[in-house]
Design a protein around this ligand. Structure first.
Ligand SMILES: Cc1cc2nc3c(=O)[nH]c(=O)nc-3n(C[C@H](O)[C@H](O)[C@H](O)COP(=O)(O)O)c2cc1C
Length: 200
C-alpha cells in the first residue's frame, strides 16, 4: 500500500480534496473508486442507503444519476436531503458529505445520458427501478422491445435524471495505525470556510 499523504489538511475548497482522493483511489486500483453510499430518508423518517456512482465533483456539489420513480427518487422528492460516504479500503480513507439535493437541468441530464453506452441507455427505459419484477425474462423482454424501438438514437427517458448534493458538511478521514485516525471537518460559512479536527 502507498503511504497515505495527509500532511496538508483540507481546510477550504473541499471539492478539490475529494477530487484528489478520487484520483488517488483510481490510481491505487480501487474496484469502484467513484462508488458512494447514498442515504435518504423516507416519509416515516426511516433512513435508506444504497450505492450510486459519483458522476462529477466541483464547487457546485456532487452529482449522481438515477430514476426519478425509484424508491430513492420518491424519497428525494419528499425530503431532498442526503448523506453520502465514500470508502477506499486500499487507501484506508473515507469521505462523508451531507447536504441538500437539487435536480440537475434537463440539458445536463441529456448531456450525461448521451455519453452512456447503448445498453445502459436502453436499460434506463426497460427498468422500472425499485418496482417488483416477476421474472428476469420480463426485464430482458423489455430490453429487447426498447432496443427494437430505439434502433439508432435513444432519447433520455423523462424519469431518468441527475441530482446534485449541495454540501454543508464534509469530513475527511485518513486511517492510521492503532486507530489513531486523522479526521478533518470542513464546513462552508458565509464567504469563508470553517475547519477543525475531530478525535478519531
Ligand atoms: C457500485 C454500485 C453503483 C451503483 N450505481 C448506481 C447509480 O449510479 N444510479 C442508480 O440509480 N443506481 C445505482 N446502483 C444501484 C443502487 O444501489 C440501487 O440498487 C438502485 O438505485 C435502487 O435503489 P432504490 O430502490 O433505493 O431507489 C449502484 C449499485 C452499486 C452496487
Amino acid at each position: 500500500m502507498r503511504i497515505p499523504k495527509f500532511a496538508e489538511k483540507p481546510k477550504h475548497e473541499p471539492w478539490k480534496w475529494l477530487n484528489l482522493w478520487l484520483n488517488d483511489a483510481e490510481l491505487e486500483g480501487e474496484t469502484e473508486p467513484t462508488a458512494m453510499a447514498l442515504s435518504t430518508i423516507d416519509k416515516q423518517g426511516v433512513p435508506r442507503t444504497r450505492f450510486v456512482l459519483c458522476k462529477g465533483v466541483n464547487e457546485d456539489g456532487i452529482r449522481f444519476f438515477t430514476n426519478l420513480n425509484s424508491a430513492k427518487g420518491n424519497e428525494i422528492s419528499d425530503i431532498p436531503v442526503s448523506s453520502i460516504a465514500f470508502h477506499w479500503p486500499k487507501m484506508n480513507r473515507q469521505v462523508r458529505v451531507q447536504g441538500n439535493l437539487v435536480r440537475v437541468s434537463d440539458l445536463e441530464a441529456d448531456e450525461y445520458f448521451h455519453s452512456r453506452n447503448k445498453l445502459s441507455k436502453i436499460g434506463a427505459w426497460a427498468s422500472k427501478q425499485s418496482q417488483p419484477l416477476d421474472s428476469r425474462e420480463t426485464l430482458l423482454k423489455a430490453v429487447s422491445e426498447f432496443s427494437d424501438k430505439y434502433q439508432t438514437e435513444v432519447p433520455r427517458p423523462p424519469h431518468w435524471t441527475g441530482f446534485r448534493l449541495i454540501p454543508d458538511y464534509w469530513e475527511f478521514w485518513q486511517g492510521h495505525d492503532g486507530r489513531l485516525h486523522d479526521r478533518w471537518v470542513v464546513r462552508p460559512a458565509d464567504d469563508a470556510w470553517l475547519s477543525w479536527r475531530l478525535y478519531p
